[in-house]
Design a protein around this ligand. Structure first.
Ligand SMILES: Nc1ncnc2c1ncn2[C@@H]1O[C@H](COP(=O)(O)OP(=O)(O)O)[C@@H](O)[C@H]1O
Ligand SMILES: [Mg+2]
Length: 495
C-alpha cells in the first residue's frame, strides 16, 4: 500500500518533469523558430554577449603586428602592449606551433593546450569559447606564420559570465538542491499520506482484527476525524455496535434459555419428588389407616394435577414463544363477551365467598378483534391469581371495562394481598413468582402473566400492573377497538 503510493507519486513526478522539458522545448522552438539541439542551445547561450571595443582594439593591434612583423610577438617589447590590455581585463595568448609563448597569468597552460582552437590560416573561425580550468573564455583569434614559417596564433580572451558558466559553476549545487527539495517533498508528502491514510487504515485494520476475534466492546476510534478513512471507520463503528447488540441479545437469550431449563427442571422435580415420597409411604405401609391413605392419595393427585397445569402452561408458552400458537381472530362485542364470562365465573366464585362484578365505563358497542379462547385464558389466569392471593374477610374481584378513543382497557381488580412496587415489572417475566407465593403452597408456574403478555401483544394491546402491598392489585390490558369500516365480514358474537 505504502510503496504503491510512493510509486504513484514518483510516477507523477516523472510525468511532470517530462512535460516541463517538453514545454521548455516547445517554447524554445516557438522563440527560435527551429528545434534547438543541445549544442545549438549551448551556443546561443554562450554567444549572447557583444564583443567589446577593447577586445576589438586588442585584436586589431595584435593582428597588425602579426601581419607586419610576426617575430615581434616573440620579443620582450611586446609586453608593453600586452600589459595595456591585461590592465583592461583581457587575457592574451601567443602561440607558436604547439608551444604557448605567452599567456596571461590568469590562464593555465595545460588547459590552454588541451582546449586551444585549431590553427586556421584562412582565419575563417576567428571567434569562439573555450574552457580554462572551469571558467569560460570568449576568444578572438588571429593565425599567421612566423618568419621561420612556424604556425602562430594570437588570442584575446575575455572571461564570460555566461549562463553556461553559471551552470557549470553552480549547476551541481543547484541540481543537488533541487533533488534535495524533491526528496524532502517526497518525504513530506509521504508523511502526510501516512498520517492521513496509512496509519488510520492500519489502526482500523487492527480494530477490525479485534472484531474478528470477538472483542466487540470498545469504540472504533482512529487518529483522524475527517476524510474517507474516518467515514469508513464510522461505518465500522456502526457495524461493531450492531454486532455487539446482536451478540448481547444472543447472550441474554442463551442465559434465558439456561434459566428456563433450570426452572422447568426444578419445578417438575419438586412435585415428582414428593409424589415418589408419598407413593413409597403407601407401598411401605406407612399410611396404615384408611384416612391416612386417602390423605396421601389426595396429595399425590393434587401434585400430579399441578404438574399437569405446569406442563400445559409450558406447552402454551413455548408455542407462543415459537410463534406457533395459531390465533383465530374474530370480531366480537366486548360487552356481551364480558357479561357472559362473568356470569360463568360468578357461580364458581360464589362458593368461595368471593364477589365477582363487572363494571363498564362507556362501553358502547365496543367491537374488538380477538381470539376468544386466548383472551379467556388471560382473564382466567388473572382471576386465579386474584383468588390465590385473596386474604381479606370481604373478598372482591371487579372487572372494569373502559372504552377509550381507539382502545378498550380491561382491568381485573382485587382487594387481595397486593405486591410491592419493585415486583410489578417482573411479574410478566416467565417463571417469575414473588418470593411469598413461591414459598407458599399456592401452586402456579409463574408463566401465567408471561403467557398473558404474549397473547395481549399478539392482539396489538398492552398490559400493566398496579398494586399496593396489603391493599390489592389491578392488572390492566388494552385491546384495539375495531376501526369504523374495518369490517372483514366476520361474525360478531358475544363470545
Ligand atoms: N392478583 C395478584 N395479587 C398478588 N400477587 C399477584 C397477583 N397476580 C400475580 N401476582 C404475583 O405475580 C406472580 C406471577 O403471576 P403468574 O405469572 O400468573 O404466575 P403464577 O400465578 O403461576 O404464580 C405470582 O406468583 C404472584 O406472586
Ligand atoms: Mg397465575
Amino acid at each position: 500500500m505504502r510503496s504503491r503510493f510512493l510509486i504513484t507519486f514518483l510516477g507523477s513526478l516523472f510525468v511532470i518533469i517530462c512535460s516541463m522539458v517538453a514545454i521548455f522545448w516547445l517554447l524554445l522552438f516557438a522563440i527560435n523558430g527551429q528545434a534547438s539541439s543541445p549544442v545549438q542551445l549551448y551556443k546561443s547561450v554562450t554567444q549572447q554577449k557583444q564583443i567589446t571595443y577593447d577586445e576589438q582594439e586588442a585584436l586589431v593591434t595584435f593582428r597588425k603586428i602579426a601581419k607586419e612583423n610576426p617575430d615581434d610577438l616573440m620579443k620582450p617589447n611586446i609586453r608593453q602592449s600586452i600589459d595595456t590590455y591585461e590592465m583592461k581585463g583581457l587575457n592574451i595568448v601567443i602561440r607558436k606551433q604547439d608551444e604557448i609563448l605567452y599567456h596571461s597569468p590568469d590562464l593555465i597552460v595545460k588547459s590552454l593546450i588541451a582546449h586551444a582552437p585549431k590553427f586556421d590560416t584562412e582565419n575563417i573561425y576567428t571567434q569562439g569559447t573555450i574552457d580554462n580550468k572551469g571558467s569560460l573564455y570568449r576568444y578572438l583569434k588571429f593565425d599567421f606564420h612566423f618568419s621561420d614559417n612556424d604556425k602562430g596564433s594570437v588570442m584575446i580572451l575575455k572571461q564570460v559570465n555566461s549562463f553556461a558558466e553559471f551552470l557549470q559553476r553552480w549547476g551541481f549545487i543547484i541540481i543537488t538542491l533541487i533533488l534535495a527539495i524533491a526528496v524532502f517533498l517526497v518525504i513530506l508528502f509521504n508523511r502526510s499520506l501516512n498520517k492521513a491514510i496509512i496509519v488510520p487504515l492500519r489502526e482500523l485494520s487492527k480494530k477490525v482484527q479485534q472484531l474478528k476475534e470477538g472483542k466487540l466492546e470498545g469504540k472504533i476510534e482512529i487518529s483522524t476525524s475527517k476524510g474517507e478513512v474516518s467515514e469508513l471507520a464510522q461505518e465500522f463503528e456502526k457495524l461493531r455496535e450492531a454486532l455487539n447488540r446482536v451478540s448481547k441479545e444472543n447472550r441474554k437469550y442463551e442465559e434465558n434459555r439456561k434459566e428456563l431449563l433450570s426452572n422447568i427442571s426444578h419445578d417438575l422435580k419438586t412435585p415428582i419428588t414428593s409424589i415418589i415420597g408419598y407413593v413409597e409411604g403407601l407401598k411401605d405401609g406407612v399410611a396404615d389407616t384408611k384416612a391416612k391413605q386417602d390423605k396421601y392419595l389426595n396429595i399425590v393427585y393434587n401434585k400430579a394435577k399441578s404438574m399437569n397445569f405446569l406442563i400445559d402452561d409450558l406447552f402454551v408458552f413455548s408455542k407462543l414463544d415459537l410463534q406457533k400458537l395459531p390465533f383465530h381472530f374474530e370480531y366480537i362485542d366486548l360487552k356481551k363477551f364480558l357479561v357472559h364470562f362473568v356470569e360463568e365465573y360468578q357461580l364458581d366464585l360464589e362458593q368461595k365467598d368471593i364477589h365477582l362484578t363487572l363494571q363498564d365505563v362507556h362501553l358502547n358497542k365496543a367491537i374488538v378483534r380477538i381470539d376468544v379462547q386466548q383472551i379467556r385464558r388471560v382473564l382466567d389466569n388473572m382471576i386465579q391469581n386474584s383468588v390465590k392471593h385473596m386474604n381479606k374477610e370481604e373478598k372482591r374481584i371487579t372487572i372494569i371495562a373502559r372504552q377509550e378513543v381507539e382502545t378498550v382497557s380491561i382491568t381485573v381488580q382485587d382487594n387481595g394481598a397486593g405486591m410491592a412496587v419493585e415486583n410489578l415489572e417482573m411479574i410478566f417475566d416467565r417463571f417469575y413468582r414473588i418470593e411469598s407465593s413461591r414459598n407458599s403452597d399456592k401452586g402456579g408456574s409463574g408463566l401465567g402473566l408471561a403467557i398473558a403478555r404474549q397473547i395481549i401483544l399478539e392482539h396489538g394491546g398492552t398490559i400493566k400492573a398496579d398494586s399496593k402491598l396489603g391493599e390489592g392489585t389491578s392488572i390492566t390490558f388494552t385491546l384495539p377497538l375495531k376501526e369504523n369500516g374495518d369490517n372483514e365480514g366476520n361474525s360478531i358474537s358475544g363470545g
